[in-house]
Design a protein. Structure first.
Length: 413
């Protein structure tokens, strides 16, 4: 069942360069109101099913928060339509309905009524809201006496207790201290388990990967890619890495009065266009067993070698090689790279390989996948491969979890 339907939505803002404010200025400087029409969103379309959680990602200013405000009807699109079924709860501007001179308890009733709850429904929830916010000792004090953390805790608590059908969240999981953040995230997972539809705007890709089935990447007002977070996020990070790398390279070129990088070669298009030939490429990944043969089945406690074969098309200075292991349900089991392990990278040949030798593979029975990447110190990704290899682990033991820990039972203490 489709709960959210966004069809061909577009939104623009008028950007004034030198706007007249007072009546006198408007009369004396009639030509001062020069402005441009800036399209923040342009022809955005997607659907969200009941009980689905999606994340919207993108760099600052890409239009993702504007998209969320359009969905809450804080503002309206200039083109297209947005249809949402059911009661909406939004965590966009927490405490927007709070009155500073009213107590926290009074603001609970006021704010919850804005979300559409009746007085009786609020009465049934008020103690749960106060308990979750962890500010019971201050609940009858005026909100203007609250710290920013107390303010946002109470607002968050109200928003998640209104039994909404759709929850819209904008960078709110960073509220409060570390323990309260964990509490909020667990609450979000609980809400999702109840079948509530969730849309999250966040720069925290890890949060989205743990909570959402789908990510939508917006850039320049357009959807660049959508799908599983584990498919979308590497492309997005590669795009951002290229932007950082090119900016740093241009600084270096300007410092030493070199020719600027050719604009046609370096311009990052909305479709995340790659260079025709990468500086360094991953040509293949091999999995080697203890007999020095390729294999895709390994035993817990045994030996496994991950062999990254690469090709160099342009000289680079000590690139970083990275590899990650994921369980087939997307859980990251392990990740490391040559920078973290302080590996001294020698001068690389045109075609070569680097191996990660795992002497005592503690992964337990299951199916796993390998990711590999080569990148520069500034984060620019020369090349990356997602789910490039799949292998199976088996064990005669009946442990459960991700990996087997060395242990023993002892009754002597």
């Amino acid at each position: 069942m489709t709960v959210i339907s966004v069809k061909n939505v577009a939104k623009y803002f008028l950007i004034y360069h030198d706007r007249a404010v007072t009546l006198k200025e408007k009369i004396l400087f009639m030509k001062r109101n020069h402005h441009e029409k800036r399209w923040v969103l342009n022809d955005i379309s997607f659907e969200v099913q009941k009980g689905e959680a999606i994340g919207i990602i993108g760099q600052n200013g890409c239009g993702k928060s504007t998209m969320l405000k359009l969905m809450t009807k804080i503002m309206y699109p200039d083109k297209g339509s947005i249809e949402i079924e059911g009661r909406i709860s939004s965590l966009i501007e927490l405490g927007a309905g709070f009155h500073p001179d009213m107590s926290g308890r009074e603001n609970i009733y006021t704010n919850a009524s804005i979300f559409g709850l009746t007085h009786k429904e609020i009465e049934e929830r008020v103690e749960k809201i106060i308990d979750f916010s962890e500010i019971r000792d201050f609940i009858d004090n005026p909100v203007r006496t609250y710290s920013s953390g107390m303010y946002t805790r109470l607002a968050f608590s109200v928003a998640i207790h209104v039994d909404a059908d759709v929850l819209l969240v904008d960078e709110i999981l960073a509220v409060g201290d570390a323990s309260f953040q964990a509490k909020c995230f667990n609450k979000m997972r609980e809400i999702k388990a109840r079948g509530i539809t969730i849309v999250i705007v966040s720069h925290g890709l890890g949060e989205i990967e743990m909570l959402c089935e789908r990510s939508i990447w917006i850039d320049n007002g357009l959807i660049q890619k959508q799908g599983s977070p584990f498919d979308v996020h590497p492309v997005y990070l590669n795009f951002m890495g290229q932007k950082t790398h090119i900016a740093e390279q241009q600084k270096i070129d300007n410092t030493f009065n070199k020719n600027n990088i050719n604009e046609k070669e370096t311009q990052l298009t909305a479709s995340n266009k790659q260079y025709e030939k990468k500086d360094v490429e991953i040509s293949s990944i091999e999995l080697i067993d203890e007999t020095d043969k390729e294999n895709d089945i390994f035993e817990t406690g045994g030996f496994m070698r991950i062999k990254i074969n690469y090709k160099i098309n342009k000289p680079v200075l000590k690139p970083i090689f990275k590899t990650s292991i994921f369980r087939n349900d997307g859980l990251q089991c392990y990740s490391t790279d040559t920078f973290l392990d302080k590996v001294d990278i020698p001068e690389l040949t045109i075609n070569g390989n680097i191996c990660l030798n795992i002497k005592n593979n503690s992964l337990i029975s299951g199916i796993y996948t390998i990711d590999a990447a080569i990148h520069a110190k500034d984060g620019f990704a020369f090349d990356s491969k997602r789910k490039v290899q799949t292998f199976k682990m088996y064990s005669a033991l009946k442990d459960s979890g991700v990996s087997r820990l060395e242990h023993e039972w002892d009754f002597s203490f």
